[in-house]
Design a protein around this ligand. Structure first.
Ligand code: HEC
Ligand code: HEC
Ligand code: HEC
Ligand code: HEC
Ligand code: HEC
Length: 495
């Protein structure tokens, strides 16, 4: 009994000490911004480590945003260039958001500025465009937004580590609002507030007091880095800025528009619900948002499940994503092979994005009673070129003479000549007429990241080495007496 009272007494003292500590912590940790209304504003004048004529001139006259960022539609909130180092690098966020950082690091967003296919095409553009290097800012608006905002592209010629970051945490999470396609965002890194006495927890080279304050009082951090609109369906606007690309009045990429017209947008399924997920389909992961902090909750893992096979580091997830996005049914009706292909999982056209590069097509092979090939459609030749008569789901962009663009040289685009991609939810019926001698047929739905011309002319590589992924396969007997259910559908691993 006596012991019991003593223990209770101890608990009471411990509780008082804890409460006092908590009060001290709250006072200490209260962000300066909340108390003083001050914002962290980077210096107006470029610091000493900048050089080059434009930077020198910046000190004497105000440049218009068009002069600083054009031809990209990207703008800074201040209307000025931000000094190098304004955007905290992704590793800083990764100190606490370890899981999300690991995911992001292995995505095309992390590599957008150093993607080898991008750099090769950008090289062509720099040479062919009369504005030369200045025009590279248009690419940077989407592929290297921090470099553009910090004046590291196009006549400034700065080589900072941030030029390599691509589409990073601090960039996406500080966009103020979106005005439209072609990098149409207003970037506002000054919205990240400082903690009183602790300095800047995100820019400090070592996790010190500032980081501790952030952990104790994350509310301001949350507000700064997750504005209300960057949540749920309206967050898709962020994606629109870069995934809708308009050149010479022609939409060469229109992922956001395709999504807007789909049943997914109507149901409130946003871009990140399918792409910032652990795997194919709309779902979230269960885990800890910040390592060693807080409770487990459902969150978006930032994995960027997409479609790229060659350049994306997470190739298996992308292949699984592609397979889950399509369905294929095959029916034999006399001498006709009826193939129905459905876009059942993509929230936009299939393929989407760089629809001029990607190839999705049907390969059909028919054999006679002796096993000899007597019919084919959609075969690749030895050099890796696709049968010109193949049934391909693609977008053909042409120049002003009506010639297809072969090098993703979208700056020369004059029109979309044809668009046979599968729209979200669309079922497409394709009929192949087989010769009478065919006894057995095989149908495969195949994918590769780019057509042969691009691989040969831009990358100077052999197109037959590009991986071809088998998404669906069917094989079965063909003959007058075969019913509609003949054949065996299979979904096997591609080559
Ligand atoms: C010192 C640790 C730390 C660092 C560094 C850090 N964060 Fe956080 N972050 C937190 C904590 C703690 C929370 C609150 C988590 C919770 O509510 O469960 C948080 C929450 C967030 C949220 C809001 C999540 C929600 O609940 O809606 C976002 C967005 C975010 N951080 C982004 C970033 C970005 C971007 C960076 C880098 C620029 C970054 N964080 C750096 C600790 C950190
Ligand atoms: C392409 C833009 C983009 C990039 C890059 C990005 N994020 Fe996000 N992030 C988002 C969007 C959009 C959401 C909101 C999802 C929602 O709430 O619907 C989000 C959500 C979050 C959340 C809240 C998690 C949740 O789902 O509740 C945290 C924390 C976060 N991001 C941290 C980071 C960190 C750390 C990085 C870098 C390693 C990063 N983000 C990179 C766009 C981005
Ligand atoms: C219902 C789920 C779903 C929604 C919603 C969705 N996507 Fe996708 N997305 C997919 C699937 C599945 C693929 C792989 C098949 C393909 O390429 O279309 C894909 C592929 C992509 C690709 C790669 C295309 C390529 O061929 O390289 C990009 C880029 C993309 N999506 C961006 C977006 C954006 C931006 C939004 C919102 C405007 C969005 N997605 C909405 C499921 C979805
Ligand atoms: C600042 C521009 C920018 C923003 C904002 C942006 N992206 Fe991207 N995204 C890119 C670029 C550039 C690439 C391609 C990088 C490369 O391959 O060179 C890409 C690649 C992707 C891919 C991979 C495509 C593939 O082929 O596998 C997906 C999926 C994707 N983005 C989804 C999104 C979603 C969802 C959002 C919105 C939450 C978003 N992106 C916001 C610029 C952006
Ligand atoms: C409006 C934003 C935007 C602009 C401007 C832009 N890109 Fe892209 N680019 C993207 C997105 C988003 C993707 C990813 C599409 C996908 O995965 O389907 C991409 C993909 C690419 C790819 C294919 C990469 C791969 O690995 O498959 C190349 C090459 C490329 N861009 C080159 C360029 C060049 C060169 C410029 C400047 C002339 C440029 N882009 C301008 C947004 C943009």
């Amino acid at each position: 009994m006596g012991r019991e009272v003593k223990r209770r007494g101890k608990r009471w003292v411990a509780g008082l000490v804890a409460a006092l500590l908590a009060v001290v912590l709250v006072v200490l940790a209260f962000p300066a911004e909340v108390l003083t209304g001050r914002r962290h504003v980077p210096p107006r004048k470029p610091p000493a480590f900048y050089s080059g004529s434009l930077y020198d001139a910046m000190a004497t006259r105000d440049y218009t945003p068009e002069e600083l960022f054009g031809p990209s539609r990207a703008r800074s909130w201040s209307g000025k260039l931000y000094p190098i180092g304004t955007f905290p690098p992704a590793e800083r966020c990764g100190r606490c958001h370890q899981g999300i950082y690991k995911h992001w690091k292995a995505t095309l967003h992390a590599r957008a500025a150093v993607d080898p296919w991008y750099l090769k095409t950008r090289g062509l553009f720099a040479v062919e465009n009369p504005k030369g290097e200045l025009a590279l800012r248009s690419c940077a608006g989407c592929h290297a937004p921090v470099a553009l905002m910090q004046g590291e592209v196009g006549l400034y010629n700065k080589e900072a580590a941030s030029s390599q970051e691509g589409v990073g945490c601090a960039f996406c999470h500080t966009v103020d609002h979106v005005t439209g396609p072609n990098g149409g965002y207003v970037s506002h890194p000054e919205r990240i507030r400082r903690y009183r006495g602790g300095g800047d927890p995100l820019l400090a080279p070592k996790p010190g007091l500032a980081a501790g304050l952030l952990m104790a009082y994350p509310a301001a951090h949350r507000q700064d880095l997750r504005p209300g609109w960057m949540h749920g369906k309206s967050a898709s606007r962020l994606c629109q800025a870069c995934h809708d690309q308009e050149v010479n009045g022609v939409y060469v990429q229109s992922v956001y528009q395709e999504w807007r017209a789909s049943r997914y947008a109507k149901r409130g399924v946003a871009c990140q619900d399918c792409h910032f997920t652990p795997g194919p389909g709309p779902n979230l992961a269960e885990g800890q948002l910040v390592e060693g902090y807080g409770k487990k909750r459902a969150f978006h893992p930032h994995r960027l499940t997409g479609a790229s096979v060659v350049n994306a580091p997470d190739r298996e997830t992308n292949v699984a994503n592609l397979r889950a996005a399509v369905a294929m049914e095959v029916r034999v009706q006399g001498r006709h092979l009826v193939v129905v292909v459905e876009n059942k999982g993509a929230g936009h056209s299939l393929p989407t994005g760089a629809g001029d590069l990607r190839q999705l097509w049907l390969e059909v092979v028919g054999r006679d009673a002796k096993g000899q090939e007597v019919f084919s459609s959609g075969r690749l030749d030895r050099a890796g070129y696709l049968d010109p008569a193949a049934v391909v789901f693609r977008q053909v962009l042409v120049d002003d003479r009506g010639q297809p663009l072969r090098r993703h040289d979208v700056w020369r685009v004059a029109a979309v000549a044809s668009d046979t991609r599968l729209r979200a939810g669309e079922r497409r019926r394709v009929v192949f007429d087989l010769p009478a001698s065919v006894r057995r047929a095989r149908v495969r739905l195949l994918w590769r990241d780019a057509h042969a011309d691009f691989i040969r002319e831009v990358l100077k590589q052999n197109p037959s080495h590009l991986p071809v992924i088998e998404l669906k396969r069917w094989s079965g007997p063909v003959g007058a007496r075969q019913g509609p259910s003949a054949g065996r559908p299979e979904a096997r691993e591609g080559p």
